[in-house]
Design a binder for this molecule. Structure first.
Ligand code: ZN
Length: 281
């Protein structure tokens, strides 16, 4: 935009314009050379990971910011061969909900994030690894897999007090009613992942995860959705978009994005796509 502005100024010589264009070309080349290296992990999920991973990859690459590889676990059985080189990447995105990784791979992933690697958890990735403490610290909140009050508090937005509540009441971690369209409401409007978006937007038909529980340390709830009783919900504003930190690593957690039965409309929603792209960035 600087080049465009300069070229509109009558005082700028043609030579200056050439210089600015050359600088711009260099800047673009430099940007292309410095794409953020991303690894999407998949291979097991009770959702259509084969159908969604190529699109998650495409959404990231469409920004021009990312260069994306995929690491796929065995579909069942021995997981010891799954040893991605996390260190080669700036960001790992999980589209994985399945068997425990080997201890070696868990340790490598913990070190990756603790040392400043970034992590994005998509939808049922927060169902994974109920018994891996560090992973649960990373995602902040999770569901299913036997999660209960032992996993940590429920977390929800209290509208009257306009604040996040952590509730240690006993009970299951993770549930959802029938899929439906619902509103996503921003709670941290100045946060870069949601800044400038409508403060309330209608999300495409999705599963509204509720009753998630976890350590919820260093957790920032960016956006919530109201889970109504008539849709088997909690009657509370449930966290949908979150960030956490783990060591020097930063985590973005989107509970949105159900896909299955040949449908992935929740991930085709522009609200899902934009917050996923920004969260990855
Ligand atoms: Zn789902």
């Amino acid at each position: 935009s600087r080049a465009c502005h300069a070229s509109a100024e009558p005082s700028v010589s043609a030579r200056m314009k050439t210089f600015l264009l050359a600088s711009l070309t260099l800047a673009v080349s430099a940007a292309a050379a410095e794409k953020i290296k991303v690894l999407i992990v998949d291979g097991q999920n009770n959702h259509d990971w084969k159908g969604t991973t190529p699109h998650l990859k495409k959404y990231l690459e469409a920004t021009g910011l990312f260069e994306v590889d995929v690491a796929t676990t065995p579909e069942k059985g021995d997981m010891s061969a799954f040893k991605p080189e996390f260190k080669k990447y700036k960001l790992v995105v999980s589209n994985y909900n399945g068997a425990d990784w080997s201890k070696e791979t868990q340790v490598a992933f913990e070190e990756f994030v603790r040392n400043g690697g970034a992590f994005v958890s998509v939808h049922a990735a927060n169902n994974s690894f109920p018994n891996w403490p560090a992973y649960n610290q990373m995602i902040g909140l999770g569901g299913w897999g036997g999660r209960s009050e032992k996993s940590g508090p429920y977390v929800y937005w209290e509208e009257k007090a306009a604040k996040v509540i952590k509730d240690i009441a006993p009970g299951r971690g993770g549930s959802h009613g029938p899929q439906h369209e619902f509103f996503v409401e921003t709670r941290e409007p100045s946060h870069p992942i949601v800044a400038g978006l409508p403060v309330k937007w209608l999300h495409a038909k999705d599963e509204l995860y509720d009753r998630l529980r976890g350590p919820a340390e260093n957790l920032t709830v960016l956006a919530t959705a109201f889970a109504p009783k008539e849709k088997s919900g909690t009657d509370r504003h449930e966290p949908m978009l979150m960030t956490t930190t783990f060591g020097k690593g930063r985590v973005f957690h989107t509970a949105l994005g159900h896909a299955g039965g040949g449908k992935r409309e929740a991930q085709q929603c522009v609200g899902f796509i934009v917050t996923f792209q920004r969260g990855a960035e």
